[in-house]
Structure formats: C-alpha cells, structure tokens
Design a binder for this molecule. Structure first.
Ligand code: FAD
Length: 416
C-alpha cells in the first residue's frame, strides 16, 4: 500500500503519528477528521506488523464478563461498531461455539446467564449497523443440538454448548487501508517506508521528528507540535531523547497462531478448553483453563493463540521443532479427531503482547488495558504521547481517549 497526501516540509503539523498499525490508522483518521493537520509514518508497510497477524476477531467482550469488567466490554462494543461501520464488506458475523460440561462455571446454567447478561450489556450493538451485519443474541445449545451441528463431539462427555456471535475480519489490511484513505480525504499525509529515528525538541518541548525515507535514504525533518507514538514494542525509543523522560519497564509475551490447510469446522469458530501457562489474575471466575480457538478461513483454519515469554523482542520469529511439537500436541489433545500433523501447517501469524508482570515466575499475566502516557516535564505536557495497545478491537475506544487528551492540550478552539 502506498498512501499519500502532499507532504510539506515547511509546514508545522499539529500531530505526527509514528506507526501505521491499526492504532496509528484509527488515530490518524480521528485527528484529521477533527481538523488537526496530521502526518503518519510507517517504517515498513501499513498494517504489516502485529495488526496483520491477529486472529481477526473483533471481540464483543463476552470473556470480560469473567472479570466483571463492564467498562472493557462497553469499549469493545463501541469499537466493534466503529469498525463495522467503516468496512462492513470485510467483516463476517461468525457463530462461535464452545462445548460445555459439568454444572459449574463451564456448565449450561451459568453460561445461559452469562450470555443473557452479555446480550443486555450489548443491547445497542446493532445500532446504526446494516441488517446483514447485525449480531444475534447468544444461546445455550442442548447436547443433541450440538452434535447435530458438530458430530465430531458425539464421543465427548458434554452437556451442551454455548453459541454466540463475533465479528471477524477477512483482512485487517483492508480495514486499515479504508481508515487511511479517510484520513487522506481529511487532509492527512500518510507515508510508508518511513522510519521515525529521532525526536526533535527544544527546551523540553517536542518540535518534530527526524525520519528516514527508504526511497531517499537520507534523513527528513518533519515539524510538529505533538508526536503520538503507536509503534508498539518499539515504544520508548523515541522518548528517551527527551531530558525528563522516565522509561517504563515493559514485559512482553510472544503470541502465535498456527495456520493449517484443513477446514476443521465449516461454518463455526470453535473454542476448546486447554491448560497453558497464562495466569488470569484479574478473573473473578477463574476456571484455570483458556480456550484454543479454531477459526475457519479461506486457506483452511487458523488455530490460536499460543503464548510464550520471550526476552529477545527485537528478534524475528523462530518456531523451533520443540514449539511445533508442543503446539501440535496441544491441538491434538483437545481435538484428537482433527489429526493435525506437521504437513498440515502452512504458516504462522505472530506478534508481541504486553504483560503486566515479569514472566520470570513462568506465568504470563497479560495487560488488560491500553495505556496512554502523556509525557510531562515540570508539570507541563512535552508534546509526546505514547500509546501501548492491548487488543486490535479496542483501537477506536483508545483513539477516542487520545482525542480527548489532544483537544485538552491544544488551542481553546479544540477544547472539549
Ligand atoms: C497472534 C496474535 C493474535 C491476536 N488476535 C487478536 C484478535 O483476534 N483480536 C484482537 O482484538 N486482538 C488480537 N491481537 C492483538 C492485536 O493484534 C494487537 O493488539 C494490535 O494489532 C496492535 O496494534 P498496534 O497498531 O498497536 O501495533 P502494530 O500493528 O505492531 O503497529 C505498530 C507499527 O509501528 C511501526 N513502527 C515501529 N517503529 C517505527 C518507527 N520507528 N517509525 C515508523 N514506524 C514504526 C511498525 O512497523 C508497525 O507497523 C492478537 C495479537 C497476536 C500477536
């Protein structure tokens, strides 16, 4: 993707965004729509990093009920609607099924209540959404009904299944492209193959950025009042040059999906319980198990997500033979009838996700909320905002928060 808008090296832009992942793209659209002159820089291609490697689920937030985190659910619902409005042609409303057993947290009674509460909390989920994109309510299926739909589970000791619906993107890059086109229509300049290398500042205030454009291979300076760093795991590289900057220790986990050539479940995405090393300390109803999801797609199925702690966050992905074996064992233990082997693997999607704690204890405690850090010196905003993302889905809700901050710190005409 090669996007433009006319760059003017004499102009001082209101906002310079670093990173053309989904967060950069949504924020660029919102800034330009609000009348801020905006430049976005992406060092590779737009939406080619973590954002291109997700499982493509725009979560409605059913899982966050487990944390009683209504705010997170509402932010997910708002954000999903935002994406559905931008790119309905690229989003399928997909039925998700997870089998149920016992009479506790994973049983049909509790799940029926959870699905009902989920529907109530998302009562406005279809507001201003075209009919084909409407998200139906969830329900509990009897064992018989589950087996009619998915005979593969006939051997298992199950007493039904939960059925609910999620919005699933076909192509994250298509979505990002539409957001960036909309930003350009509003006057933004969008540059790929342009790497931000250094923050420019005077007396502790940001004055712009130095960057390297691959096609010119020489530094270019961009003047600007506010820099928003959405560069993901590379965050803090820019901030370090500001005198008052305090780096924050951030731990990361590697997250991996396996792509296979088999379409295991034709119409449904299926979540199956398995045990791993993820610690969900914030869960009020912790069933100690996670779900491994099997999502049908045009190339077969994507299966994930597997997580590992990793120290070398600057490295490229290497999936060792040991990793492959473990992932295949996990898949075959929850779905023996799938008989997945090495030859079925056609690719991997992977990226980094932020953790809240040091994974040295062998457990991964994922960050639950995105973080926006307005860097200050002597109590005054320096002009640098750092955005740490947690989920693709919630980019619009985070962009809304970013806009509130920008409007507050800029001229009175923009104040909220
Ligand atoms: C395997 C996996 C599965 C996932 N599944 C889901 C899911 O189903 N649903 C969901 O909601 N979330 C999911 N996520 C999380 C989601 O993908 C991420 O939270 C989200 O994509 C992060 O977006 P971002 O824009 O912050 O980061 P990125 O997409 O990483 O974008 C940052 C961009 O900044 C660029 N950049 C870096 N440094 C510079 C620089 N100096 N100058 C210019 N550009 C720079 C990078 O090239 C990159 O394009 C998943 C993540 C993984 C890894």
């Amino acid at each position: 993707m090669d996007k433009h808008g006319l760059f003017n090296d004499k102009k001082t832009y209101d906002v310079i965004i670093v990173g053309g992942g989904i967060y950069g793209a949504v924020i660029a659209r919102e800034c330009s729509k609000s009348g801020f002159s905006t430049v976005l820089l992406e060092k590779d291609d737009f939406c080619s990093s973590t954002s291109a490697n997700s499982l493509n689920v725009l979560h409605g937030g059913l899982r966050y009920l487990q944390h009683l985190n209504l705010r997170r659910m509402r932010r997910s619902i708002y954000s999903r609607r935002y994406f559905q409005q931008i790119s309905p042609e690229n989003i399928d409303i997909t039925p998700f099924i997870t089998p149920l057993n016992g009479w506790g947290i994973n049983g049909p009674v509790i799940m029926r209540i959870a699905l009902l509460v989920n529907d109530l909390i998302s009562v406005d989920r279809n507001m201003q959404i075209s009919r084909q994109q409407h998200i139906p309510g969830g329900k509990v299926l009897s064992r018989k009904n589950l087996i009619n739909r998915l005979p593969v589970f006939s051997e298992n000791k199950l007493n039904g299944a939960a059925l609910w619906y999620e919005a699933v993107m076909n192509d994250a890059r298509h979505l990002a492209s539409k957001l960036l086109d909309s930003a350009i229509e509003n006057g933004a300049v969008i540059m790929n193959r342009t790497e931000a290398s250094e923050l420019l500042h005077q007396q502790g205030k940001v004055t712009g950025l130095r960057c390297i454009r691959q096609i010119e291979d020489k530094p270019v300076s961009i003047k600007g009042h506010i820099v928003i760093d959405t560069s993901g795991k590379c965050s803090e590289k820019l901030g370090k040059s500001l005198p008052a900057y305090q780096p924050m220790k951030q731990y990361w986990s590697r997250a991996v999906n396996m792509q296979i050539d088999k379409r295991l479940f034709e119409e449904y995405a299926v979540g199956l319980k398995y045990r791993d090393n993820v610690q969900d300390r914030d869960a009020r109803f912790n069933s100690a198990n996670r779900h491994l999801f099997f999502l049908p797609n045009k190339n077969g199925s994507a299966i994930g997500t597997f997580y590992e702690s990793e120290n070398n966050v600057d490295g490229d992905l290497t999936i060792s033979q040991y990793d492959r074996r473990r992932y295949l064992d996990a898949i075959n233990s929850v779905l023996p009838a799938g008989s997945i082997n090495d030859k079925n693997i056609t690719g991997w999607q992977w990226g980094w996700l932020p953790l809240d704690d040091d994974p040295a204890n062998g457990q991964l405690n994922f960050a639950k909320t995105s973080r926006i850090r307005a860097i200050e010196a002597n109590g005054e905003f320096t002009g640098l905002l750092e955005v740490r993302s947690v989920k693709f889905t919630t980019a619009p809700a985070v962009a809304k928060d970013v806009m509130k901050i920008i409007k507050k710190v800029t001229s009175p005409k923009f104040q909220v």
